[in-house]
Design a protein around this ligand. Structure first.
Ligand code: FES
Ligand code: FE2
Length: 368
């Protein structure tokens, strides 16, 4: 297969995976070279399950949810038979958009010249097209995309050979039981623009090493001495007991769980709430982070107050993370830096992520 993107110059030894104790961090070029932005799109984001949003957003026939995956416009649609499908949000005529934002309509109509498609993606109406020859509507349906759900959260995958979704989350439901995520109700979405490579953001997420320096008030919420990181095949988990006493999350004995699921999805679970983060690369030095908030209760007066406080608290922590990530991006871009080392005690989650990244890069190069 000839790749339609430029392969980065990779030194083969840089793809070797060394044990944590001896490993170096990945080279700075992987974060700062625009070639790696293109490579990540192909090697990672076009090959993996990408979270698009809650199933509750597309519950009724005609409901549509739009998103962008690896730079591709995507639309998820619930059809008349209540089947959920996903397609490229790209008209087969001349590439126009089918939906510009989340909505509900009886048919899908392109915004450019008005071609219409049924909710199952088949082409129905093509105005002023009678004189076009050798044209069969059957050949011009919307191009489908693989879609699956985990705990009522939706994911799509653009790859030709798709690995099943469930193993990515292997063991998570059991681990947090009796807590259940599928019953939580979607409350709101907040987007953050971060001027750093998506991998800087993920690395930062994966360690609690920076907590005392970047988030002193988070250290008051968490029992930092008992902060632990565990790694699994496709995900890692950071967990910490919550300090008992006067805090937002009540006196529950449940810990805080921070799950990272390869390659860019996070589940942040505190008593009564789930927050998901999806890190979306935009450029070599820019990403978007989408926060979706879910709670057990989204209507009582007490719940509404708790939601406001929780969102405000998370916003403070997120801004601290964004600021440090933006500094790190500039550090990685400087002449001073190429590779660093890992704290064996605190940075096994970062090493785990960077090892999966190396595996994915190697696979992409082998295929090219
Ligand atoms: S591009 Fe969709 S109708 Fe022309
Ligand atoms: Fe942080």
């Amino acid at each position: 297969m000839t790749p339609h993107f430029t392969l980065p110059a990779l030194v083969p030894e840089e793809l070797d995976i060394q044990p944590l104790e001896r490993s170096e961090t990945i080279p700075s070029s992987w974060y700062v070279d625009p070639i790696f932005h293109e490579f990540d799109k192909e090697a990672i984001f076009s090959q993996t399950w990408q979270h698009i949003g809650p199933a509750s957003g597309v519950e009724q026939p005609g409901d549509q949810s739009v998103s962008t995956v690896a730079g591709n416009p995507i639309i998820a649609v619930r059809d008349q038979e209540r089947q959920l499908g996903a397609f490229y949000n790209v008209c087969r005529h001349r590439g126009g958009p089918i939906a510009l934002h989340d909505c509900n309509t009886k048919v899908l109509q392109c915004k450019y010249h008005g071609w219409t498609y049924l909710l199952d993606g088949s082409l129905r109406g093509t105005p002023r097209f009678d004189r076009t020859e050798l044209f069969d509507k059957k050949d011009y349906g919307l191009v489908p995309v693989r879609l699956d759900a985990w705990e009522r959260m939706l994911f799509v995958n653009l790859a030709e050979n798709v690995q099943p979704l469930a193993p990515l989350f292997g063991g998570i439901k059991e681990r947090i039981s009796p807590l259940a995520l599928s019953t939580k109700k979607f409350a709101r979405r907040i987007m953050y623009e971060v001027h750093a490579n998506w991998k800087v953001y993920v690395d930062n997420y994966l360690e609690g090493y920076h907590l005392p320096y970047v988030h002193p008030e988070l250290c008051n919420l968490l029992d930092y001495r008992n902060y632990v990181t565990e790694t699994f095949e496709w995900h890692s988990l950071q967990h910490s007991p919550i300090q008992q006493g006067n805090n937002l999350y009540g006196s529950s004995a449940d810990p805080a769980y921070y799950f990272f699921i390869w390659p860019n999805f996070m589940l942040n679970i505190l008593p009564g709430r789930l927050q998901t983060n999806t890190v979306i690369p935009v450029a070599h030095n820019q990403c978007l982070v989408r926060f979706d908030y879910y709670y057990d209760d989204i209507s009582s007066e007490g719940a509404l107050k708790m939601i406001e406080e929780d969102v405000a608290y998370s916003d403070t922590v997120q801004k601290e993370d964004m600021e440090i990530c933006e500094h790190v991006q500039r550090g990685l871009e400087s002449r001073a830096y190429n590779k660093g080392r890992f704290s064996v005690e605190c940075e096994n989650g970062v090493h785990h992520f960077q090892s999966l990244l190396k595996k994915a890069y190697r696979q992409a190069l082998d295929k090219a």
